[in-house]
Design a protein around this ligand. Structure first.
Ligand code: CMP
Length: 140
């Protein structure tokens, strides 16, 4: 298995409920290492750049409004098969479909306010990490 990196975001619904530590604990217990992390507040341009792929989707405007509504925590996670592993730890996008013990099952409020984002492929992980972190901010 290959050591990979993936981008994780702890979303505004989770920071508002002071769940940052509980979410990081699940990521670490799941075998991933936090090799970069920063808490930021996105403006509309930041969210639009990150979610450009969803621009035509009906939920896009709401998503941008939500992701700019409060602080978020950006992270680079590293580990064996980190992209797939993080998606297992997060659970399904819609918390109604998420497996027991996953972050979204335990913490997400609904399909939009779903507590965390994780890259969906190694290619997107690389693009997303490059969008929000300088290489010098990642310390493995
Ligand atoms: P995320 O993994 O950040 O990718 C896109 C986000 O859009 C998703 O998590 C949800 O927060 C949000 N979203 C809102 N509605 C939907 C939907 N119907 N399908 C997928 N994502 C949605």
């Amino acid at each position: 298995m290959a050591v990979e990196r993936t981008l994780s975001i702890i979303k505004p619904d989770a920071t508002a409920r002071n769940l940052t530590g509980k979410i990081i604990a699940k990521l670490e217990e799941g075998g991933l290492r936090v090799v970069a992390q920063k808490r930021v507040r996105w403006d509309e341009a930041d969210a639009a750049a990150f979610y450009a792929v969803h621009k035509q989707r009906p939920f896009y405007q709401d998503l941008v409004a939500f992701m700019t509504s409060g602080p978020i925590v950006l992270q680079v996670l590293e580990g064996e098969n980190a992209v797939a592993r993080n998606r297992e730890i997060m659970g399904a996008t819609n918390p109604e479909n998420a497996a027991p013990g996953t972050i979204r099952k335990e913490f997400a409020e609904n399909i939009e306010r779903n507590s965390v984002h994780g890259s969906d492929s190694a290619e997107n992980a690389s693009l997303e990490i490059g969008l929000v972190f300088q290489e010098s901010e990642i310390v493995g």
